[in-house]
Design a protein around this ligand. Structure first.
Ligand SMILES: NC(=O)c1ccc[n+]([C@@H]2O[C@H](COP(=O)([O-])OP(=O)(O)OC[C@H]3O[C@@H](n4cnc5c(N)ncnc54)[C@H](O)[C@@H]3O)[C@@H](O)[C@H]2O)c1
Length: 413
C-alpha cells in the first residue's frame, strides 16, 4: 500500500495554512540508494506538470496565462511513491524531471525554481529541499548546478538555456517545444555546442532506448542501404525522423498547410544534401525507414491495440522445394523479423531524456537522441515547409536566411 498523504493545493490565502500543516506532518520521500555518492548537482526550473506535478496529481484543463505566477493546481499526492516493478504500464517510471533526477543515484537534486509559490512549496515538501527560488537565473547563480532541467513554457526557454550554459551547467534538458524562432534555436545550440554541453530538448518518444536500437539496426545493414524516410509531418515538437537523418537538409517542398495553422499541417518532401529524401505524408507512421533490403517502422498507436510499436521487415532469400515440382523455387521474400529488444513501451517521459544527457557526461553517448541540434533541424524544416506551402509549393532552400522566422504554439505551451 502507498501511504496517501493528500494535500489540497488551491489558490488563495487559506492555502498557506494547509501547506504548512502538511509540511509539519509529511516527511520527504526516500532518496536514491545511500551507498552511491552523487557527483552532479541538479535543479529544475518550471515546476509544472512536466517539471514536478505529473507524478503527483491529475492535470486539469483549467485555462491560464503562461505569464501568470499563480497557476491552477489541483490535488496532489505529496508522498506518492513510484515503483519500477510496475513497468510496463503507466505507473512505474517517473514522468517528471524532478522525480527522474531525484531517482538517479549519481545526481543530487538540490534546488527548484518557479514563479508560482504553491508549486515551490509542493517541491519543498516532496523532496525536503529548502533551496527554492522564484527566479531561475538566481537559482543557477547561487546553486552551482551541473544539470539543469528547463520545464517552463516555451516563452523564455531559449534565454534560460543560454543562461544555464553561461553559468556553468554541464548538461541541460528542456521541455518541448524547444523555442519559437530559428534565432532562439541557433543561440541554444551554439551556447551548448561551444561548451560541449549535451542538450536534450523534449521528453518525446525519440528519447526511448528502443530508438537507439532502431538506429543501430538501420546502420548495421539489417535493412540494406537506407533509401528513404517517411513521417506524418515535420512536427518539430515531436519528431521521430530527424534522429535518422545524418545529412544536412538541402531543400523542401510543402503543400496543404492551412492558413492560420500555427504548426505545419500539410505534406511534402525534404531532400538532404546526401540525396536521401524524407517524405511527410498525413497518416504515415511515427517514422518509417526504408532500405534496399528491408524496412523498420515505428507506430506508437499500435500499442493501443496491443501491437508492437517497432516492427522490422527484411528481404530473405529462400529456396522452396514443393513435392510436385521438378525444380526448387528460388527467390526473395520480405518477411517480418522479431524486433530485437528493447521494444518501445510507455511511458516515454523525462527519465529517458535525463538518462541521455547523463550518458553523454559519462562519455557513453555522443549526443542525446532528441538533441537540441536535431530538434533545431526539424524546426527549420517545419518553418521552411510552411513557407513553401504559402508560396504555392515553391522549393525552399535551406538554411533559411531569415532567422527571425518562428512558430506559434497552442496557448498552454
Ligand atoms: N514532453 C511532453 O510530452 C510534454 C507534455 C506536456 C507538456 N509539455 C511541455 O512542457 C512545458 C511546461 O508545461 P507543463 O505542461 O509542464 O505545465 P505548466 O505550464 O503548468 O508548467 C510550467 C511551469 O513553469 C513556470 N514558469 C514559466 N516560466 C517561468 C520562468 N521564466 N521562471 C520560472 N518559472 C516559470 C510556471 O509557473 C509553471 O509552473 C510546455 O512547454 C509544454 O509544451 C511537454
Amino acid at each position: 500500500m502507498f501511504r496517501r498523504d493528500f494535500i489540497r493545493t488551491t489558490m488563495g490565502a487559506g492555502l498557506a495554512a494547509g501547506l504548512n500543516l502538511a509540511w509539519a506532518t509529511a516527511s520527504s520521500v526516500a532518496g536514491p540508494a545511500a551507498n552511491v555518492k552523487p557527483k552532479y548537482r541538479a535543479g529544475v526550473i518550471g515546476l509544472g506538470w512536466t517539471g514536478l506535478l505529473y507524478d503527483l496529481g491529475r492535470r486539469s484543463g483549467e485555462r491560464f496565462d503562461i505569464d501568470d505566477a499563480n497557476r491552477p493546481t489541483p490535488l496532489v499526492e505529496i508522498q506518492r511513491r513510484l515503483h519500477a516493478h510496475q513497468h510496463p504500464g503507466d505507473e512505474g517510471l517517473p514522468q517528471s524531471y524532478a522525480e527522474a533526477l531525484w531517482q538517479r543515484p549519481e545526481v543530487e537534486l538540490v534546488a527548484g525554481a518557479d514563479r508560482d509559490r504553491k508549486r515551490l512549496d509542493i517541491f519543498s515538501q516532496r523532496y525536503g529541499i529548502k533551496a527554492v527560488y522564484t527566479d531561475g537565473v538566481e537559482m543557477m547563480q547561487k546553486e552551482k548546478l551541473d544539470v539543469v532541467a528547463i520545464c517552463t513554457n516555451t516563452k523564455g526557454r531559449a534565454f534560460l538555456t543560454v543562461k544555464a550554459a553561461e553559468l556553468g551547467a554541464k548538461a541541460i534538458v528542456t521541455e518541448k517545444p524547444m523555442c519559437h524562432t530559428l534565432a532562439e534555436a541557433d543561440a541554444m545550440v551554439k551556447a551548448c555546442a561551444d561548451r560541449g554541453i549535451p542538450l536534450c530538448c523534449g521528453a518525446i518518444t525519440t528519447t526511448h532506448p528502443s530508438f537507439a536500437r532502431a538506429k543501430a539496426l538501420a546502420n548495421s545493414g539489417a535493412i540494406g542501404k537506407t533509401i528513404s524516410i517517411e513521417a506524418g509531418g515535420p512536427n518539430s515538437q515531436h519528431q521521430n525522423w530527424s534522429y535518422f537523418l545524418d545529412s544536412p537538409a538541402a531543400w523542401v517542398v510543402g503543400t496543404g498547410d492551412s492558413v492560420g495553422n500555427r504548426e505545419f499541417g500539410g505534406e511534402g518532401v525534404l531532400a538532404a544534401q546526401s540525396g536521401l529524401t524524407v517524405h511527410f505524408r498525413n497518416g504515415a507512421p511515427g517514422v518509417r525507414v526504408t532500405g534496399t533490403k528491408g524496412e523498420i517502422v515505428f507506430e506508437r498507436q499500435t500499442l493501443a491495440t496491443h501491437g508492437a510499436a517497432w516492427r522490422w521487415w527484411q528481404d530473405i532469400d529462400f529456396v522452396s522445394q514443393l513435392s510436385n515440382d521438378w525444380e526448387p523455387e528460388k527467390g526473395t521474400r520480405r518477411v517480418e523479423m522479431p524486433w530485437p529488444m528493447p521494444q518501445f513501451l510507455y511511458p516515454y517521459a523525462a527519465v529517458y531524456a535525463v538518462d541521455d544527457v547523463l550518458a553523454c557526461l559519462e562519455g557513453k553517448l555522443d549526443e542525446p537522441k532528441n538533441s537540441g541540434r536535431r530538434v533545431a533541424v526539424a524546426l527549420e524544416v517545419e518553418i521552411a515547409m510552411k513557407e513553401s506551402s504559402r508560396q504555392g509549393s515553391k522549393r525552399v532552400d535551406l538554411p533559411l536566411a531569415d532567422r527571425s522566422l518562428g512558430l506559434e504554439y497552442a496557448w498552454f505551451r
